[in-house]
Design a binder for this molecule. Structure first.
Ligand SMILES: [Zn+2]
Length: 162
């Protein structure tokens, strides 16, 4: 449990309730529905500001000075959404962005603990994924069963309709 007031309680439709886990407890911290999540439960979030930066190699007019380049990408009408095209180009060429990427923590913008409400589609999507993740490992059937399986099974479509 945490000492922070208003620490989120486990809700019946909480992200922490996973179809593969107990229906009445957080899968991650084991707290029951109605009880506070654990102090280090992974579904309890806070808001932070993180700087993402990418060092891109771009083509610019040859005569541009560093000040021209900074003006173009800083104060001119150039929209930063255009940066997405440059990043997408790299992703599309099957390269990943990691070698040109940097991140830096700036500040906590809101320390209020919260649990992200899960979208409506979450249940169905995660039920399917959890079922897949928890399928028993495939084992080859014993020889006797193999023989049963390979025996010819009459096709109901070929049945005499008389
Ligand atoms: Zn929890």
């Amino acid at each position: 449990m945490s000492n922070i007031p208003d620490w989120p309680l486990v809700l019946p439709n909480d992200y922490g309730i996973r179809p593969a886990g107990a229906p009445d407890a957080c899968f991650y911290c084991n707290s029951k529905v109605g009880q506070p999540h654990g102090a280090e439960c992974t579904v309890v979030d806070k808001k932070v500001r993180v700087r993402f930066s990418f060092d891109l190699e771009l083509s610019v007019p040859h005569w541009w000075t560093p000040a021209d380049i900074e003006y173009h990408y800083g104060q001119s009408s150039w929209c930063a959404n255009n940066a997405m095209d440059h990043l997408q180009e790299i992703v599309d060429s099957d390269d990943c962005l990691c070698s040109i990427f940097n991140s830096a923590f700036i500040e906590v913008t809101d320390n209020t603990p919260f649990v992200e409400p899960r979208p409506e589609s979450w249940d169905a999507d995660n039920k399917a994924q959890d079922i897949k993740d928890n399928l028993p490992r495939w084992e080859p059937p014993p020889m006797a069963l193999m023989m049963l399986i390979t025996e010819e099974v009459p096709d109901p479509e070929d049945k005499d309709e008389d």
